[in-house]
Design a protein. Structure first.
Length: 118
C-alpha cells in the first residue's frame, strides 16, 4: 500500500489467492507465503501448492498471478510471477547465494512485477 497499490482482501477463505492488488491498470491475484526456517545450505522454502482431495497440487495461472514469499526473520520479500515458477510446487530462495544458482534472486523486492516500474 505504501507503494501506491490498492490492496483488497477477498471475503471468505475459498480462493487460492490471499489478496487482490490494483496497480492502476490491472488487478493481480496474490498468494502470500512466509517462512522462517533455513534448510541447511538449501536456503528457504515456501510452498507454491495447495491440497486438493488429499493431493498436493501446484498453483498455476488459473489460480494466481503472483506469489509473494517472505523470509520473516530476515525481512526479505520476493515477488515472483506465476510464469516464473510453474510447474514447481516449492520455491527455494537463497538470499546468501548458492552453488547451484539462485534462480529466484532476481525477484527479491521485485515489486516492479506488479507496478511495472523498476
Amino acid at each position: 500500500m505504501g507503494m501506491g497499490m490498492l490492496v483488497s482482501k477477498p471475503w471468505g477463505d475459498s480462493d487460492r489467492y490471499d489478496f487482490v492488488v490494483d496497480t492502476g491498470g490491472r488487478l493481480w491475484r496474490v498468494q502470500v507465503r512466509s517462512t522462517e526456517t533455513r534448510f541447511g545450505a538449501r536456503g528457504y522454502a515456501v510452498h507454491a501448492s495447495v491440497y486438493v482431495r488429499r493431493k498436493i497440487v501446484g498453483l498455476t495461472a488459473k489460480d494466481i498471478d503472483v506469489i509473494v514469499g517472505y523470509i520473516a526473520h530476515r525481512d526479505i520479500w520476493y515477488v515472483v510471477p506465476v510464469r516464473a515458477f510453474v510447474p514447481r510446487k516449492n520455491l527455494w530462495f537463497y538470499p546468501d547465494g548458492s552453488k547451484k544458482g539462485a534462480m529466484f534472486e532476481k525477484y527479491r523486492d521485485a515489486w516492479w512485477v506488479m507496478t511495472g516500474r523498476k
